[in-house]
Ligand binder design. Structure first.
Ligand code: EPU
Length: 336
């Protein structure tokens, strides 16, 4: 049943105050054939972990609460309802004896949101494991998309480019293949070494990632945030070389012959902004790329601070930062 004027403060990890004009919890797939799903709602809310909500959310918000894990073949194939908590699913697979996603442990949000921005961490991306995405196509009905149909990229997919077309209802994963552990990224190697582990198991990697995430990323329950606020920018090789000449200690990740990805957190940090901000909003002192709600922040406060960060980084490095989080309602001139 649709309710009016429902507060979304507790449904977004930034803890921003917002009111949905109309709100519909989606608990059963049967609801999809109702008239509310003939066209796209104004907002589809999952775990609310990648959103920058302005105070009034016009139109209809659908809250995806479909949940459940189906272990389809006993050999590592799972079909998971969209509203299932991502971290719970990762833990379930590890406990069931199907490693693979240990690097993706503790990412906030829901399973249904995971393909939308192709969530990733510590050298792994969810698209490596997805075999199918089941969705409701507005005006059409249930459809199944193959991984190729999803056009996965870095924090990107078809679902970001066609925001009003599909509502993801469940995702299928295949964890039957044994893959080598991914230990090369970031601090995983040094954390395992610190623990005196030379021949790690997937559980050891999961524990190391858990420790690293907890030490760098704030727990939204205590300090509202949406993880990385900006994407890591990709620049032309020529621009990279100009910057690297001035900043020899700048970390970088080559993409191909023409482009290089730069860590936005490093740029923000070196622009002198780590830990700065106002009493309401600021950059987290242990990871500059994470903007935090220090209490009482509103969407407009976060937006204003993020614009300052973009301008200062652009002035210092000539690099444009693009938000990773999604602003709702979308700023005029921008879809999604
Ligand atoms: N750095 C600094 N200062 C900072 C922050 C970072 O110098 O304040 C440097 C680090 O020392 C490192 C580099 O910047 O050399 C990159 O930092 P880090 O390894 O922490 O990762 P990131 O690029 O900031 C990305 C993802 C995270 C993911 C981590 C770990 C993006 C936009 N972010 O962050 O994802 O958890 O890698 O894999 O790709 C998210 O998307 O919400 C998210 C948290």
């Amino acid at each position: 049943m649709i309710r009016e004027h429902v507060r979304l403060d507790r449904f977004n990890t930034f803890g921003l105050p917002a009111v949905a004009e109309r709100y519909l919890p989606l608990r059963h797939p049967e609801q999809l054939s109702g008239s509310a799903f003939e066209r796209a709602p104004d907002l589809v809310l999952g775990g609310g972990s990648n959103l920058l909500l302005m105070e009034e959310i016009p139109g209809l918000t659908v809250h995806v609460l479909l949940s459940g894990i189906e272990w389809t073949d006993g050999r590592g194939r799972f079909r998971v309802a969209a509203g299932t908590d991502w971290n719970q699913f990762v833990r379930y697979t590890l406990e069931a004896g199907f490693p693979g996603m240990e690097n993706l442990i503790l990412i906030p949000g829901t399973v249904g949101a995971s393909p939308v921005q192709n969530i990733g961490a510590y050298g792994a991306e969810v698209s490596e494991f997805i075999t199918a995405v089941h969705a409701w196509e507005y005006g059409r009905g249930p459809v199944t998309l193959s991984p190729a149909d999803c056009n996965f990229g870095y924090r990107d997919s078809r679902f970001k480019h066609e925001p009003g077309r599909y509502l993801i209802t469940s995702v299928e994963f295949d964890l039957s293949e044994r893959r080598p552990l991914k230990l090369a990224y970031g601090a995983i190697g040094s954390e395992l070494e610190r623990r005196g582990i030379s021949d790690p198991t997937p559980a050891d990697v999961a524990n190391a990632v858990t420790h690293i995430r907890r030490s760098k990323l704030p727990d939204w329950f205590f300090l509202g945030n949406s993880g990385s606020f900006f994407k890591n920018p990709v620049v032309d090789r020529a621009d990279y070389e100009r910057l690297a000449a001035d900043h020899p200690d700048m970390p970088s990740y080559p993409i191909d012959d023409e482009s290089v990805k730069l860590p936005a957190g490093w740029l923000i940090d070196r622009a002198g902004l780590r830990g700065t901000g106002t009493e309401r909003v600021g950059s987290y002192d242990k990871q500059a790329l994470v903007l935090v709600n220090r209490g009482q922040a509103r969407g407009t406060d976060v937006l204003a601070f993020s614009e300052d960060v973009r301008q200062i980084v652009h002035r210092k490095f000539g690099v444009c930062l693009e938000p990773e989080v999604r602003q709702v309602p979308a700023p005029t001139g921008q879809v999604g």
